[in-house]
Design a protein around this ligand. Structure first.
Ligand code: NAD
Length: 457
């Protein structure tokens, strides 16, 4: 049986393996999922939530196991892994508390004699393909929301976090969730492709734009919907009215969290020329004070990048910028530690638009900073990307925020130290960052067929 090997990114040593699911097995599993969906989809949201609660209890009882494996397999520090898990637990709790409301019938029109309403029905079997950067979080967003909506799920975790995917699947087996309602398959992109070639009803994909484009074509051939949560290169704009001390922590968090590997991270910083030097200086002080180290150390702020391939990609993007004249404020090179994929947290200035750190998504601890003179120039630079996932506006002026937030072409935006990533807020992108939304009422409803019924009263 062919295996997929998991590697510890902190030393590039093998930590275990999972068996790759074969095409023959996938065909059988899709049939099982279809059968299970008939019963699962017929339950009320309330009844489904009872099973989700049972799953949640098992996850909570195994929090340490999840934290340690996620940290070991994808490299985020244990403290950060725990914080992330707690955040996704809160998301799950929000679903449990609010899903019934999100999916309740919606009255469109009511007269003395008739009523028209929308009912939200499950779509059926969902092929869910997720990345490695939030292996539990993406399971919650895609897996749990779909289950609550009445779909059955066949999930393929990333080949870089198969062990975490397997742990989640094993924990689900200990819950009351009926058999075959949630199925996990293992392997790389080829296995994902086999899955989407089957008779499925919805593709839910979170990952790179390149793979998203490929899967969207598959969905078109089948004429089924596809929810696409793809890459991002969000800009942060620092206007001249801010108190710099008040915002540097937020800039740091939004860029360097998860070792710089978040889709909605602040990947390009634009600073008004009057604040440029002070922002660069304060960020440098903050970033150089952070601990780059082993994921298992609770003091670690920034751990290794997930794989050698991603590590080399980030290094090549920074090298390209340096070769084209970028100034290294801090970092700028690989860190020699235990043969791991450690990259120094990096700040670059003298950025030009032809640099890859500007026009590609950088999935690592790298922050390019550019000055701007006018409001219009800031908006133009922020929108100068094929992506449109998130955006960060640093200003204490309500009007400036309001005006900028209307002009930035993104799926989400936030001001200063706030976050738009919350379970009640639909999350997703514009342009090449994706189609459709996760979370909130809108996210739940995307996973359903919307049926309109007009009947006598
Ligand atoms: P990726 O696209 O390489 O892989 C994602 C998943 O797709 C993996 O499970 C992979 O095995 C699978 N896959 C790869 N090729 C496939 C194919 N041909 N057919 C079917 N499945 C295939 O992305 P990644 O490197 O794992 O993740 C990083 C990317 O994900 C970044 O671009 C990041 O911005 C994005 N991301 C987006 C969001 C969001 O919500 N918008 C969230 C997290 C990550």
């Amino acid at each position: 049986m062919a295996k997929i090997v998991s590697i510890d990114p902190s030393n590039n040593k093998e930590i275990g393996s999972t068996t790759i699911t074969t095409e023959k097995e996938i065909i059988t599993l899709v049939q099982k999922s279809k059968k299970a969906q008939l019963g699962w989809g017929a339950l009320s949201v309330k009844e489904r939530i009872k099973h989700i609660k049972s799953m949640f209890d098992v996850f909570k009882a195994n929090e340490d196991k999840l934290v340690n494996l996620i940290s070991k397999e994808m490299g985020k520090g244990v403290t950060s892994a725990r914080g992330s898990l707690d955040f996704y637990f809160e998301n799950l709790q929000w679903y449990i508390d609010n899903a019934e409301r999100c999916l309740q019938d919606e009255i469109l029109n009511e007269t003395k004699s008739e009523i028209s309403k929308i009912v939200f029905e499950p779509k059926g079997v969902v092929a869910s393909i997720i990345p490695w950067n939030y292996p539990f979080g993406m399971f919650v967003w895609q897996g749990c929301q779909n289950l609550i909506a009445g779909n059955t799920v066949i999930m393929k975790p990333s080949e870089f976090t198969s062990l975490t995917g397997k742990l989640i699947a094993d924990l689900i087996e200990k819950s009351s969730l009926p058999k075959d309602v949630f199925i996990t398959i293992y392997g790389d992109g080829k296995v994902g492709e086999i899955l989407v070639n089957q008779d499925i009803d919805l593709i839910c994909f979170t990952g790179s734009t390149a793979v998203g484009q490929l899967l969207y074509k598959k969905a078109a051939e089948k004429f089924i919907p596809a929810l696409m949560e793809l890459g991002g290169s969000a800009a942060g704009i620092v206007f001249d009215d801010v108190d710099v001390d008040h915002i540097v922590d937020s800039i740091y968090e939004n860029r360097f969290l998860n070792n710089g590997q978040s889709c909605d991270a602040l990947k390009r910083l634009l600073v008004h020329e009057s604040k440029f030097d002070i922002v660069v200086e304060k960020l440098k002080k903050l970033v150089t004070g952070k601990v780059v180290g082993k994921p298992s150390d609770t003091k670690t702020d920034i751990g290794p990048l997930v794989s050698k391939r991603h590590f080399e990609l980030v290094a090549s993007q920074v090298d390209d910028a340096i070769n084209k004249g970028a100034k290294v404020i801090c970092g700028g090179k690989k860190l020699n530690l235990d043969n791991g994929n450690y990259y120094e947290p990096t700040i670059l200035t003298n950025i030009k638009k032809d640099m890859r750190v500007w026009n590609e998504e950088v999935f690592g601890p790298v922050l390019p900073i550019m000055p701007f003179k006018t409001f219009e120039q800031a908006i133009e630079l922020a929108n100068d990307t094929r992506y449109g996932l998130g955006g960060y506006i640093f200003t204490s002026n309500k009007n400036t925020f309001e005006k900028a937030s209307r002009l930035l072409k993104t799926g989400g935006l936030c001001q200063n130290n706030l976050s738009y990533v919350q379970p009640q807020n639909p999350f997703g992108g514009t342009k090449m960052s994706g189609l459709g939304r996760n979370n909130g009422k809108h996210g739940f409803q995307e996973l359903c067929n919307l049926k309109v019924i007009t009947c006598e009263k």
